[in-house]
Design a protein around this ligand. Structure first.
Ligand code: PEP
Ligand code: MG
Length: 562
């Protein structure tokens, strides 16, 4: 009998069929003593064999990956084969440690030496920990940590995905994501949309899918079907191909309503590597450059020159006059960073995150703003900069002053905290523009952690309370004559994009894959239509009613299959 279909929340449209490969969870610390007491010679041999196997695997993966990744993997393979490490392992087995424990302890000593040796080597301790975990996993017989590499394309199944887990994901091999946890604004959802791969999150039972089982993933409906019948898989793939073909024939060029009112259509990107997709999708610029990509997996911030190069790459990819909005580091909560986020907070989402975190370490922000300032002076497109998690007008003013000091002309705020939306006029008076982060704004408006899949309904950006806050910021922008964008995931929902434009958003920024649908639907409605739809959504008692009323009042969406 076929296994029953699983259902979660479809967060990135498209259909994929392929074999499951699961993300390895954390590797446990091996127990200090073995029962019965281990045989030192046998344990030493087992440890050496595990380290050799890890090195061979890393080398093989490096050869397959090529480019920069090959160098990193080769360096890791050399760590596994380091004679100093082998000596430490032997010393530990000689005093009765098991092979796994000996490897674990030997790496601890090696790690300390490395951290003290030089700044460059200190930055490699994360790579070293990865090598240790791989060797220990082998010896304990538990799954390898991190993104699997089965050697063929696969559907990645995980409990949830953190930014550091996925920094090096290769979309040529990941066919789709399925996660047990996570809501529509989780990191997994954002990542999947930016890679343009189908994804289903909050999918109960996903962790029970065995590696190698074929699954059909429908990132629109949220269905995950193990061992799908051939006819069903073919039909789903055909439907998806038809959807893509309809979009391919849609208008290109700048975003505008049917009556010619401009709504800038921008891309959310996580670094220069995603810029080609944004350009191919006709993005008019970047509305959210998530700069965390430069800081992940580091033990200290990247140098100013390295940051400047990365920002320049993005700025130079767009024409003069286009804008690229660089968000300063948003560390903490769902984006923890080793050197900035306090590890002992009881409630990190309500703690030292975003602008608050860098106010405690002003040198990190100063370095980043200096890099933006330098890139802005020499780059082609216009560099705007904005701070995440601004709650008060005083914070907005402080940030603007820091940015000006580094020569950045346009300094804005992300509106992600209800307090900033409620006092939007006062906050915007101290900023050059605002960009609404609906993912966090929903989280804080509904007191619902965006990482908890059981609370996904509160993360629905159609919630009228959330839209009322967006309306408030839109009004403030209109009255002060300052741009107000939306860069949360809400902007990439074509029907909701109409509502956001009607609420006063002057730009919408989204994953490149969403641009075509939003552009198409916007072009079919006048700004007056958008205002009417916005009023209908605001007057609804709940998200489902808001969505239904707007859909009924915008028949073009149904006609276009959106
Ligand atoms: C948001 O909160 O809506 C946002 C765009 O920022 P992030 O998802 O990176 O927190
Ligand atoms: Mg945010």
């Amino acid at each position: 009998m076929p296994e029953p279909a699983l259902r979660g929340v479809g967060v990135s449209p498209g259909v994929a069929v392929g074999p499951v490969a699961s993300m390895g969870a954390g590797v446990p610390e091996p127990p200090a003593d073995g029962h019965p007491p281990p045989n030192p010679a046998a344990e030493a041999e087992a440890a050496a064999a595990a380290l050799e196997a890890v090195a061979a695997d890393l080398e093989a993966r490096g050869e397959r990956a090529g480019g920069d990744a090959a160098d990193v993997l080769q360096a890791q393979a050399m760590m596994a084969l380091d004679p100093g490490l082998a000596e430490k392992v032997e010393q530990a087995t000689a005093v009765g440690r098991t092979a796994a424990r000996a490897v674990f302890e030997a790496f601890a000593g090696y790690r300390e030496e490395l951290a003290e040796a030089s700044q460059y080597l200190a930055a490699r301790v994360a790579d070293l920990d990865d090598v240790r975990d791989r060797a220990v996993a082998r010896l304990l017989g538990v799954p390898m940590p991190g993104v699997p590499d089965p050697g063929h394309p696969f559907v990645l199944v995980a409990r949830d995905l953190a930014p550091a887990d996925t920094a090096a994901l290769d979309r040529r091999t990941v066919l789709a994501f399925v996660t047990e946890e996570g809501g529509p604004t989780s990191h997994t959802a954002i990542l999947a949309r930016s890679l343009g791969v189908p994804a289903v999150v909050g999918c109960a039972g996903a962790s029970g899918l065995a590696d190698g089982v074929q699954v059909l993933v429908d990132g629109g409906s949220g269905e995950v079907v193990p061992d799908p019948a051939e006819a069903a898989a073919a039909a789903a793939t055909r439907r998806d191909a038809a959807r893509r073909a309809a979009l391919a024939g849609s208008p290109s060029g700048p975003g505008a309503t049917a009556d010619g009112q401009r709504v800038l259509l921008l891309a959310n990107v996580r670094g220069p590597a995603e810029v080609p997709d944004a350009l191919a999708a006709g993005a008019e610029g970047v509305g959210l450059l998530r700069t965390e990509f430069l800081f992940l997996d580091r033990t200290e911030p990247p140098a100013v020159a390295e940051q400047e190069r990365a920002y320049r790459q993005v700025l130079d990819a767009f024409p003069a006059g286009a804008k690229v909005v660089i968000r300063t580091l948003d560390a903490g909560a769902d984006k923890p960073l080793a050197f900035l986020s306090p590890g002992d907070e009881p409630n990190p989402a309500l703690g030292q995150r975003g602008l608050r975190a860098v106010r405690r370490s002003p040198e990190v922000l100063a370095g980043q703003l200096e890099a933006v300032g330098r890139a802005a002076a020499a780059g082609r497109a216009e560099a705007w900069v904005m701070a995440p998690m601004v709650a008060t007008a005083a914070e907005a003013a402080w940030f603007r002053d820091q940015a000006r000091h580094q020569g950045v002309a346009m300094a804005g705020v992300m509106v992600e905290v209800p307090a900033a939306a409620l006092l939007a006029e006062a906050v915007l008076a101290e900023a050059d523009f605002a960009s609404i982060g609906t993912n966090d704004l929903a989280q804080y408006t509904y007191a619902a952690d965006r990482q908890v899949s059981g609370l996904a309904a509160f993360q629905d950006p159609w919630q009228p309370a959330l839209l009322a806050l967006v309306a408030r910021v839109g009004e403030a922008g209109r009255s002060l004559g300052k741009p107000v964008g939306v860069c949360g995931e809400a902007a990439g929902d074509p029907l909701l994009a109409l509502v956001l434009a009607g609420l006063g958003a002057t730009s919408l920024s989204m994953a490149p894959a969403a641009l075509a649908e939003v552009r198409l639907l916007l072009a079919r409605h006048t700004m007056e239509d958008c205002r009417r739809l916005a009023a209908a959504a605001l007057a609804a008692p709940d998200a489902a009613t808001a969505r239904r009323r707007v859909r009924e009042a915008a028949p073009a969406a149904t006609e276009l299959g959106l």
